[in-house]
Design a protein around this ligand. Structure first.
Ligand SMILES: [Zn+2]
Length: 87
């Protein structure tokens, strides 16, 4: 795991295959979001546990990323994830 501190309150970690970046609160180490650079755009998903009004979103999707290859992950994330900004 490599950790880079960006800004005052957020630290980032990359997972084993270096595909995704995990954003954590430096105060409590809560996972805030996960992101990945796809086609030069920062895409990602926020941690649903942090959001209010979660029931206004679609149903959660069960995923088993460990079963996916790197290419399959990128393809999946490119379809599912929104665009991140402000991180
Ligand atoms: Zn915190």
């Amino acid at each position: 795991m490599s950790t880079v501190f960006i800004g005052d309150g957020i630290s980032t970690n990359q997972n084993g295959d270096q595909l995704a970046v995990f954003y954590h609160c430096k105060g409590c180490n809560q996972l805030l979001a996960v992101g990945c650079n796809i086609n030069n755009q920062l895409r990602g998903a926020v941690n649903l546990n942090l959001l209010k009004g979660v029931d206004q979103l679609g149903d959660p999707i069960q995923v088993q990323p460990r079963l996916l290859s790197a290419d399959q992950k990128l393809e999946r994330w490119g379809k599912l994830w929104g665009f991140l900004s402000g991180l």
